[in-house]
Design a protein around this ligand. Structure first.
Ligand code: HEM
Ligand SMILES: *[C@@H]1O[C@H](CO)[C@@H](O)[C@H](O)[C@H]1NC(C)=O
Ligand SMILES: *[C@@H]1O[C@H](CO)[C@@H](O)[C@H](O)[C@H]1NC(C)=O
Length: 318
């Protein structure tokens, strides 16, 4: 064998090895833990039979995880000593249902100890949350590793509900996500609930001229002001994200087109023709929305972190 061939061979081996470290695959646990997907599904099913709002929590949790340090389970770590973790950072207000991930992990550790990462469990649980809410289902690529770092201060990197379209574009773009992904993934706002603080900018002191965001439907704005008065004293007051809050559908887009969205960041999707056209498309076809959602979720959930371990307890590093 001459040197040229040898070098080529070596390079190929290196490429294949480094590729295997990075690449996610739907078959990742086929030999090491073939029941992995089912075990997670059962944990989500069980939780949802008691509380449908778990679905929204799991979907948001996965988004939050992937947007900070990649999808590495950093959102699941508890604060420890002086370190305040992501889950104890400012926009944690809607983060709950961590117990569902704990239950899935416990069941997995009994079947295949030390094999399935917490980041993969969360990605699978988000898929189950969507499917069990009447949305589409898909095969989740797996093989993520768990990270060891979680910092409350990094939740600043999440997009804010007050963001305009250029801020959203930049925030998603930094993670390799397109404007199409932005419109499609915002459709996650078909599930769940928001607290008054997340949309108060639109209904009180909107700007120097207007008290209320003029893009809001007036009667919709009035009802939001009803539940969220300026000096709100009700602790968990807020609104459901759309009229069918536990069902995964395209009603979010329909309401958005009628001036019935909660966040400035939702309304921002109507600010430029390209994204506005997509909103109209998904409002008119749930099928198109579902197909696009699966594609964009797989893209978002493939944002690679630099985790290097499989935790035994999703709240603690090994
Ligand atoms: C486009 C940028 C986004 C912004 C600015 C944003 C902002 C927010 C805010 C402020 C809340 C309400 C928090 C509260 O008041 O309790 C929320 C809730 C939620 N978000 Fe987003 N989000 C964005 C993208 C996403 C994405 C990509 C997904 C998932 C695909 C998602 C899924 C959810 C869900 C399901 C809820 C409801 C959570 C619950 O009821 O527990 N969001 N989002
Ligand atoms: C959310 O963050 C606040 C402020 O950092 C913290 O005091 C609170 O305990 C956190 N709540 C949850 C549910 O983690
Ligand atoms: C979006 O907000 C940023 C920061 O406030 C501002 O600089 C920019 O001009 C705004 N862009 C649009 C399109 O409104």
């Amino acid at each position: 064998m001459n040197a040229h061939i040898l070098i080529n061979l070596l390079l190929t081996v290196i490429l294949v090895v480094s590729f295997e470290v990075q690449a996610l695959s739907p078959n990742y646990y086929d030999h090491s833990c073939p029941q992995a997907d089912n075990i997670v599904t059962n944990a989500v099913k069980k939780a949802m039979s008691n509380d449908k709002t778990v679905a929204a929590a799991l979907l948001r949790m996965h988004f939050h995880d992937c947007f900070i340090r990649g999808c590495d389970g950093s959102v699941l770590l508890d604060s420890k000593g002086k370190n305040k973790a992501e889950k104890d950072g400012p926009p944690n207000i809607s983060l709950h249902a961590f117990y569902v991930i704990d239950n899935a992990k416990k069941a997995l550790e009994e079947q295949c100890p030390g094999v399935v990462s917490c980041a993969d469990i969360l990605s699978l649980a988000a898929k189950d949350a969507v499917a069990l809410s009447g949305g589409p289902t898909w095969e989740v690529p797996k093989g993520r590793k768990d990270g060891r770092i979680s910092k409350a201060i990094e939740t600043r990197q999440l997009p804010a509900p007050t963001f305009n379209i250029s801020q959203l574009r930049q925030n998603f773009g930094q993670r390799g996500l397109s404007m199409q992904d932005l419109v499609v993934l915002s459709g996650g706002h078909t599930l769940g609930f928001a607290h008054c603080s997340s949309f108060q900018n639109r209904i009180h002191n909107f700007n120097t001229q207007k008290q209320v965001d003029p893009t809001l439907n007036p009667s919709f704005a009035a009802s939001l002001k009803g539940v969220c008065p300026a000096h709100n004293r009700v602790k968990n007051a807020g609104s459901t994200m759309d009229d069918t809050t536990t069902s995964f559908d395209n009603i979010y887009y329909r309401m958005l087109m009628q001036g019935k969205s909660l966040f400035s960041s939702d309304e921002a999707l109507l600010a430029v023709p390209s994204t506005k056209k997509l909103v109209a498309k998904y409002a008119s076809s749930n099928e198109d929305f579902e197909r696009a959602f699966v594609k964009s979720m797989i893209k978002m959930s493939s944002i690679i972190g630099n985790g290097n371990e499989v935790r035994l307890n999703c709240r603690k590093v090994r």
